[in-house]
Design a protein around this ligand. Structure first.
Ligand code: FAD
Length: 540
């Protein structure tokens, strides 16, 4: 915190090299879930002093702004590059450290690296069922939330967390919709999309509940008065807190939390390092929230000596099937005809929304999304009419197992000097069946729309490509060794340590997880706010 604030927070010093400051809540990690904690605490416990630390740099302004909103292409690339962590060797296109076959590195992310991600073949299997070669991270203010696609579907059927009462889960999901500014109406003028949904719905809606029929994907995006789109980064979640620090909130970039400090199973604070200067400080806190992503949240708990049996286990990533389709000329013609009749003066928006084929346990146990490919960050080889080539992404739920895990070393360290990770990950026979079924379902959907761009048809991306890693600090109803935290995200046995992020999600989900993890974060933050208000009720 800046020095005037520090004075209010009762800064003292313990020895010459370790300044100590005191806050009510320390949040580690500035992605969507850490930011949700900050926002809800500011709203519901306005007197609470909150410090958020982030290992990465601020790459956009206001803080956490989505980099897609940066209009200058050079500035956007600089922001993406600055998000790629300490070890640039894992970056896309690096000539020395080649990417594993088929692995795509998304702008703003970097690969965990060969050893850590458990290369295919580690157990002799060369068929890509072992390891998670696509495992990626982002290290910057806003985390992956400054780079994401903003798809925010609600989980349905078996994807839902049943340990939280249904009405409470729905309320939390509603709060997450508000925090992320989710809408379904940002792209009503997307080229051909309505016709695409009509064709898919005609075949795939049979047997589905009304709310699980083919529809537009809820997206975290705003349309400004000049018609431009503003994609939700964590600036949208933080609101006024994104602009500047206040008397009760500070966001401190370039600051790594090395370990939590414990006394009698309660956290009393944490040790920080300002990475550019190497300066170490201690923060004392009444509550600590660890929101460091699904791989680094368990890493920080491990580094702090908090090691419940389930820590790092149940790691899961949604196997992802992709296929690109050239839309059938009849779809293009029908869409043009409708547009001419209904909107004679309108031009097609060159940037697309996303169509959604929801997960439906009975009829379609996959999460399907259809996107305009010429608007994707991965360039097409040919000039195409906007919207006339679409990409189908079909996500499967993983067969979740305790053996799939991130393991931390007690002796080796990563590029930040934190315990080195090794991922142990395998697709099971059940996964293989689901993947084959998803390929069939994606091929069926693709044929309803046109012809495969690549005649080989649907293919599976290498494990880790979904960027939706879950389960590693999962919640559960009881401290029975199969979960790390309770249904308010409080780590078992610690009283005041909360975990946040996709790692908290315990269920086999197929849909994009951020809406759910922001909902769980809002619920955890409300728990802290309630406790803060109770403890401070006597102070007027
Ligand atoms: C290209 C792309 C597209 C995506 N599309 C979607 C989508 O459409 N829908 C969807 O639901 N999800 C999507 N995701 C995933 C989504 O971005 C994540 O689910 C979300 O950002 C997770 O939020 P989080 O707060 O848990 O973690 P993160 O956003 O990963 O943030 C964690 C932060 O913690 C910091 N940190 C880690 N360790 C420490 C430490 N020890 N000390 C201090 N700071 C630390 C990291 O630097 C990081 O900034 C996408 C991701 C990418 C990259």
């Amino acid at each position: 915190m800046t020095s005037p604030h520090s004075a209010q927070r009762g800064v003292s010093t313990a020895g010459p090299a370790q300044p100590v400051e005191t806050v009510d809540v320390l949040i580690v990690g500035s992605g969507p879930t850490g930011s949700a904690y900050a926002r809800v605490l500011a709203d519901e416990a306005p007197g609470a002093r909150v410090l958020m630390v982030e290992a990465g740099p601020q790459v956009s302004s206001p803080r956490g702004r989505h980099v897609k909103n940066i209009t200058d292409p050079e500035a956007r690339v600089a922001a993406q590059t600055a998000s790629q962590g300490p070890d640039r060797s894992a970056r896309d296109g690096d000539p020395v450290h080649s990417r594993p076959p088929g692995v795509m590195v998304r702008p703003g992310t970097y690969l965990l690296g060969d050893k850590a991600s458990g290369v295919p073949g580690e157990d002799g299997s060369a068929d890509g069922t072992v390891g998670m070669p696509g495992a990626s991270l982002s290290t910057n203010v806003g985390g992956m939330g400054a780079h994401w696609t903003c798809a925010c579907p609600r989980p349905g059927d078996g994807e839902r967390i049943t340990d939280i009462p249904a009405a409470e889960l729905d309320t939390a999901l509603g709060r997450a919709d508000e925090l992320l500014n989710v809408t379904t109406s940002a792209f009503t003028d997307a080229p051909f999309a309505e016709e695409v949904r009509k064709r898919l719905g005609a075949e795939l809606d049979a047997g589905r509940k009304p709310e699980r029929r083919v529809r537009t994907m809820p997206l975290a995006v705003d349309t400004w008065s000049d018609g431009s789109r503003h994609w939700s980064g964590t600036d949208v979640i933080l609101g006024d807190l994104a602009e500047k620090d206040t008397a009760s909130f500070e966001l401190r970039p370039d600051t790594l939390c090395r370990r939590l400090l414990l006394e009698d199973s309660a956290a009393v604070g944490a040790e920080m390092e300002h990475l550019p200067s190497g300066r170490r400080t201690t923060v004392r806190a009444r509550w600590v929230v660890v929101a460091c992503d699904a791989l680094r949240t368990p890493q920080l708990l491990f580094a702090s000596g908090i090691r419940p049996t389930a820590l790092g286990r149940y790691l899961n990533d949604q196997p992802q099937i992709v296929v690109a389709v050239r839309l059938d000329p009849t779809i293009l013609a029908a869409a043009r005809e409708t547009a001419a009749a209904e909107r004679p003066d309108a031009t097609f928006n060159p940037v697309s929304g996303v169509s959604w084929v929801p997960y439906d346990h009975e009829t379609h146990p996959f999460h399907g999304q259809v996107m305009q490919l010429d608007a994707s960050p991965v360039p097409l080889d040919e000039e195409v009419e906007p919207g006339s080539i679409v990409g189908l992404g079909w996500f499967c739920a993983k067969d979740v197992r305790a053996d799939d895990r991130v393991e931390f070393s007690a002796t080796e360290v990563d590029g930040f000097g934190m315990p080195a990770m090794t991922l142990h990950y395998q697709l099971t026979d059940v996964d293989q069946e689901r993947i084959e079924a998803a390929k069939t379902a994606a091929a069926r959907a693709a044929r309803l729309l046109g012809t495969f761009l690549d005649p080989r048809g649907p293919r599976r991306l290498p494990s880790g490509s979904s960027l939706h890693y879950q389960g590693t600090v999962r919640m559960g109803p009881a401290d029975d060794g199969t979960s790390v935290c309770d249904t308010y995200s409080r780590v078992w046995g610690t009283d005041n340590v909360y975990v946040a992020g996709n790692g908290v999600i315990p269920t086999e989900t197929a849909c994009n997880p951020t809406l759910t993890s922001v909902a769980l974060a809002a619920r955890g933050a409300q728990d802290i706010a309630r406790r803060y208000r109770e403890e401070n009720a006597h102070v007027s």
